[in-house]
Design a protein. Structure first.
Length: 443
């Protein structure tokens, strides 16, 4: 049964939709889901002329994505339907399935706000289960597919601004002002500022020591993930459970010099986030009229809000494992010219009008099982080019002083700073986080 958040005291259940000429049945969604599971089990999709399109290791995820979404690229909408999109619509009309109250659709029907409804995450978990079924059929990763010969990660440390203790992340509530006048039904003559309280974290940096045996400099990709250490009963998680909870924190390119390298990377530079100012930007200002420019403008809103990068944690401190992996960029790189302005969150959004800038699958190396079943815990999984650091996430249940946010695009992100042969702690060259921009006058 699917419940949606129309009203927390009177939840409604999804029903068949029949509004004028517009019809979707729950059974349609169930049929499409079953057909997609069948396709995964037999290993191919059937197109409209009856050809079998194999779900291969290389292109299977793309093909399956086109089918599930379904995008204009789906090879057979008749057979596999439009699972994800019609599911959104069915849920968004659950409060008025037959148009008796002339109600418009709810938040799940609009991509810009769908994540505001808690059911969004359950629906996407359902969609994700399909992808997981496909990934579980692929051969597991062999250590040779994970290793980077000649490269060793010697140590990883997280340092938070304003805190002496290493490997602690700090979260708290922050009050911010937003200009809301465009979101109101009546048209106010003046800007209207609303104050909201949201999760925030202290800016931090990863300090990673990497040794390279090669005689010359090598290009590498650094992949940073984080997951809770314990399950809901307080037991250490099995690798095959924990890998599905791994959240990508960052991914960046570096050049490794021969010998020991110390890499420093700021949290604000994360490849999954966009600055607060862009998350809540003014969608009317500088809006292109149409075409490619408008598409790019829309794309610029993609990315996890920077203030949501770190999970809340607990006041006592919630244990996490931070996982760092360094891979061979020669195998990962995608040759293309990157142009455009919004290249901040490529891990999550790809790049506008370009290819996904990593030849490894999204979620690598946690998207598949390991080849051998001796891997019980995350530590069993490690090759020399990986490292795990315990990190505690401490939450302070207090609201901090308001920082007024600009509605402009935020400052551009920092890149990685590489210090060669310098294993000592970072100096005072710490950049201020973007949220520390001085208040601006709204007048
Ligand atoms: Cu969706």
């Amino acid at each position: 049964m699917i419940e949606t958040e129309r009203d927390q005291f009177n939840p409604v259940c999804a029903q068949d939709i029949n509004r004028g000429g517009f019809k979707i049945d729950i059974e349609d969604l169930e049929r499409w889901t079953a057909r997609i599971y069948d396709a995964i089990a037999v290993g191919y999709i059937v197109n409209t002329t009856g050809d079998r399109l194999p779900l291969t290791e290389e292109g299977g995820a793309d093909l399956l994505g086109n089918v599930i979404e379904s995008s204009s690229l789906t090879p057979n909408r008749q057979l596999y339907g439009e699972l994800m999109n019609q599911g959104h619509i069915l849920i968004s009309l659950a409060h008025d399935p037959e148009n008796r109250f002339l109600e418009s659709y709810g938040v799940m029907g609009d991509g810009a706000v769908a994540m505001r409804d808690p059911i969004f995450y359950r629906w996407h978990a359902h969609v994700w289960d399909l992808m997981r079924a496909y990934k579980d059929k692929l051969p597991g990763y062999e250590p040779t597919q994970l290793a980077f010969p000649g490269v060793r990660v010697l140590g990883v440390e997280v340092r938070t601004d304003g805190h002496d203790k290493a490997n602690e992340l700090h979260t708290y509530w922050q009050a911010s002002d937003l200009e809301l006048s465009r979101g109101l039904d009546f048209s106010p003559r003046r800007p209207i500022f609303a104050r909201l309280t949201h999760l925030q974290h202290r800016p931090f940096a990863y300090h990673i020591r990497v040794e390279s045996d090669a005689a010359a400099a090598r290009d590498a990709y650094v992949r940073v993930f984080m997951a809770p250490t314990l399950d809901e009963r307080g037991s250490t998680m099995q690798f095959n459970d924990q890998r599905h909870l791994m959240v990508e924190m960052d991914k960046f390119h570096v050049i490794l010099e021969p010998g020991v390298n110390t890499l420093q990377r700021r949290s604000s530079a994360s490849s999954v986030t966009i600055p607060f100012e862009r998350t809540f930007r003014n969608l009317d200002a500088n809006r292109p009229a149409g075409g490619r420019a408008l598409d790019e403008f829309t794309f610029c809103g993609c990315g996890l809000p920077q203030h949501m990068l770190v999970p809340r944690g607990t006041e006592a401190g919630l244990p996490h494992q931070l996982f760092v992996m360094v891979t061979d960029y020669a195998q990962d790189r995608v040759d293309q010219v990157l142009e455009g302005t919004c290249l901040d969150a490529p891990s999550l959004c790809g790049v506008f009008a370009g290819r996904y800038p990593d030849r490894r699958p999204m979620g690598f190396p946690f998207d598949r099982r390991p080849a051998h079943d001796r891997v019980a815990s995350l530590r069993d999984f490690l090759t020399a080019n990986m490292f795990v650091q315990r990190v505690t996430v401490r939450f302070r249940d207090a609201v901090e002083a308001l920082v007024r946010n600009t509605t402009r695009f935020g400052p551009t992100k920092g890149t990685v700073k590489v210090t060669h042969f310098d294993p000592s702690p970072a100096s005072g060259s710490v950049k201020r986080d973007h949220l520390s921009v001085p208040p601006i006058d709204y007048a």
